[in-house]
Write a protein that binds this ligand. Structure first.
Ligand code: ZN
Length: 121
């Protein structure tokens, strides 16, 4: 599998995003079932595969994030690597998450560290 194969299943948008038209997970991220990376076949996030095609294997504790906030986007130029915390900070900066005042965020029932639930992403 190469980038061109993925692009064949995506559509370029006027804003520069290349939107994945194939299967997606519940959060809207492109996801395909593949044996890539020499492991047993399992679902992989398409934008993560794209990043790894260009940059090599990515450590599991790092995330591939979108500058454009478009989960379907697989434009390599719109992707960057961050930790979960980076992604959270980025989301707060862009106003997608409001940690204080978010009705679902109850500090008393959550760890004090920034181990926020993955559902935020
Ligand atoms: Zn994009």
């Amino acid at each position: 599998m190469i980038y061109r194969d993925l692009l064949a299943r995506a559509e370029k948008k006027p804003n520069g995003c290349i939107e994945w038209k194939g299967p997606k997970n519940q959060k809207g991220y492109g996801q395909i079932y593949t044996k890539r990376l020499g492991k047993k076949g399992r679902p992989y996030l398409v934008h993560r595969i794209v990043w790894e095609m260009f940059n090599g294997r990515l450590s599991d504790d790092l995330m591939v994030c979108h500058h454009c906030d478009n989960p379907k986007c697989i434009n390599i130029k719109h992707l960057f690597v961050g930790t979960a915390k980076d992604n959270f900070d980025d989301a707060v900066r862009k106003g997608r998450i409001t940690p204080i005042g978010n009705p679902s965020y109850n500090p008393s029932t959550r760890p004090r560290s920034l181990s926020l639930p993955w559902s935020f992403f």
